[in-house]
Design a protein around this ligand. Structure first.
Ligand code: MEV
Length: 333
């Protein structure tokens, strides 16, 4: 057992992570098939960790959070000894796993997190909160933290909070570039795509656990063609990465729209999301689809940069609660 006093520790530790958007491959990733996801560096999480003045009582790991439209702040205290399931909050579970890994056996830590990622919108909020929190605790303790270890710790929290998590969120919220995620491994994608992505919030929160269940039931009820459906979805993802690497926005957009049709068949789209997708396409987007688990949350549209304002306006007219425009050429390597 290691005592924190023997370590090179700081008074406070800090950590950072960002949001993510899945371009194609949500749901199929749960079955080990590939997905393409991009970091959203404009949506960020910053965490600060410090040793807690006192441990919470057993089973009472504390968590407070304040949520408003713009910002989520939360503060939680983790006791590594607490084996009860008091708080099923992914970031707290990830931090507890980190403390155990580093054999911090008697110090509780308090983590404060501020996030500009809207929660329950398929933009990686819970994975990014966990990643920033674990990074802050590593920094507090003077522990070096490899990306692979961070990925596994974030996954601990995701698995408990969301059930079956593929790992695409955990990998992308710590990645500096777009990733091809397959069978637990994230590979960087190199692309010079010159396009814009318009993200729109449908205004309704999604529920990943429920959406994964819905998709599984639909696939289960279509046993005869489930394998074919998944194979077709994987082929769309393959075509999408070829288009992304070649910088072909129109071809990538087509694959995104096709993937939306697949997600619709899986039962995870909603009338609101379908309406937003249609509005973006009518406004001249190359392609559009829901992003993340669905049953609410966000959609995204790929468009020429000089058409982004028109797409964004069309989405607002079609009921989007909020839109964000990302110039892709700015950060793709
Ligand atoms: C990822 O954002 C959404 C799902 O694909 C679940 C997962 O991959 O863990 C539905």
């Amino acid at each position: 057992m290691t005592s924190t006093s023997a370590r090179q520790s700081c008074v406070v530790g800090t950590g950072h992570a960002h949001g993510k958007a899945t371009l194609v491959g949500e749901h199929t990733a749960v079955y080990g098939l590939p997905a393409i996801a991009i970091p959203l560096p404009g949506l960020t999480v910053d965490a600060v960790a410090r040793f807690a003045a006192e441990s919470p009582p057993p089973g009472r790991n504390t968590m407070r959070h304040i949520l408003d439209r713009e910002y989520l702040t939360c503060r939680f205290t983790c006791d590594p000894d607490d084996s009860t399931t008091g708080v099923q909050f992914g970031p707290a579970i990830a931090v507890r796993a980190a403390l155990r890994r580093w054999m911090i056996d008697h110090d509780s830590v308090e983590v404060s997190v501020g996030s500009s990622i809207p929660p329950a919108r398929g933009l990686g909020s819970s994975a990014a909160l966990a990643a920033a929190a674990v990074r802050a605790v590593a920094n507090l303790l003077g522990e070096s933290l490899e990306d692979r270890v961070l990925f596994e710790l974030v996954q601990c929290g995701k698995q408990v909070a969301h059930g079956r998590a593929s790992g695409v969120d955990a990998a992308t919220v710590i990645a500096p570039e777009p990733v091809w995620f397959e069978a637990d491994i994230a590979h960087p994608i190199v692309s010079g795509l010159d396009a814009a992505l318009v993200l729109a919030d449908s205004g309704v929160g999604g529920n990943t656990r429920q959406a994964v269940e819905v998709a599984r039931n639909v696939l289960g009820s279509r046993r005869a063609d489930a394998r074919g459906l998944l194979a077709k979805a994987a082929a769309i993802t393959e075509c999408a990465v070829t288009a992304l690497e070649a910088g072909q926005a129109a071809a990538l957009g087509c694959q995104m729209t096709e993937f939306h049709a697949f997600l619709h068949k899986l039962g995870v789209s909603t009338a609101r999301l379908d309406r937003l997708v249609s509005a973006a396409l009518r406004a001249g987007a190359h392609g559009a689809k829901l992003t993340g688990a669905g049953l609410g949350g966000c959609m995204l549209a790929l468009t020429e940069p000089d058409n982004a304002a028109a797409v964004s306006a069309a989405l607002a007219d079609a009921g989007a609660q909020r839109t964000w425009t990302l110039p892709l050429g700015g950060w793709l390597r």
